[in-house]
Design a protein around this ligand. Structure first.
Ligand code: TYD
Length: 224
């Protein structure tokens, strides 16, 4: 089973992934937790470039996709073949939301390229941590006045980590709308979770979605 976590900045994905991995492992499932961009050495190198170097939008998209192809082939697909549950922090929906809706690259072209890069690794379930980006960014950067985020790169006193976070609030609002639009197009696999709620509430909601999909799947461990 392949589960992806998506959502805007500061939506609490990492916390929820760690909690879910723990719950699944305690229940006897073999779990691989991974992230994008990254997950394998070469993709982690591409991550450094794509998150920190100045790039054209096209090059940025292609690097995210190249990282995904490496990740899918060398980590995700082998883990799925071994019967593991794979939990991935971001995947193709992020490319559509950030590079498609956010940067305005052609969505149809990006969809085809995402399928190409995935190499057959299609999520069975996508948990979209839905959160207003203004809240997400303020969670990440503390009590910074959010209006400042409208000025590219002008967030005083904050420890901005990457290029995405330097982009203005308008960009992040488009990304958020993009996630919702893609969720609507992929209702069969996408589950919206209100990430403005407490960690405990989000955990309960998220677990109910995962749990009801588990029994149809093969358990690893005892059965190999
Ligand atoms: P990261 O620090 O991991 O952010 P987060 O904790 O919010 O996941 O940085 C990943 C950034 O890369 C994040 O801003 C989203 C962006 N991204 C894209 O723009 N396109 C993509 O295809 C992927 C996978 C990520």
């Amino acid at each position: 089973m392949f589960i992806t976590f998506e959502g805007p900045e500061g939506s609490g994905k990492s916390t929820q992934i760690a909690l879910l991995a723990e719950t699944l492992e305690q229940a006897g499932w073999a779990v691989l937790t991974t992230r994008e961009p990254g997950g394998v050495a070469v993709a982690e190198r591409l991550r450094e470039i794509v998150l920190h170097d100045k790039l054209t939008s096209e090059a940025e998209a292609l690097i995210f996709l190249a990282a995904r192809a490496e990740h899918a082939h060398s980590r995700i697909l082998p883990a799925l073949a071994a019967g593991k549950i794979v939990l991935c922090d971001r995947f193709s929906d992020s490319t559509l939301a950030y590079q498609g809706y956010g940067l305005g690259l052609n969505l149809e072209l990006l969809r085809s390229l995402c399928t190409f890069a995935e190499s057959g690794a299609k999520p069975d379930l996508t948990l979209l941590m839905d959160l207003d980006p203004a809240i997400g960014l303020s969670r990440r950067f503390g009590a910074q006045p959010m209006l400042d985020l409208g000025l590219q790169g002008a967030v005083p006193g904050s420890q901005l980590a990457n290029r995405m976070e330097h982009r203005g609030i308008d960009f992040h609002q488009r990304v958020h709308k993009g996630f919702l639009a893609e969720a609507d197009l992929n209702r069969d696999r996408t589950c919206l979770i209100d990430a403005s709620q407490s960690i405990k509430h989000v955990r309960t909601r998220r677990w109910s979605e995962v749990k009801r999909r588990l029994p149809a799947r093969r358990k690893s461990g005892g059965s190999g």
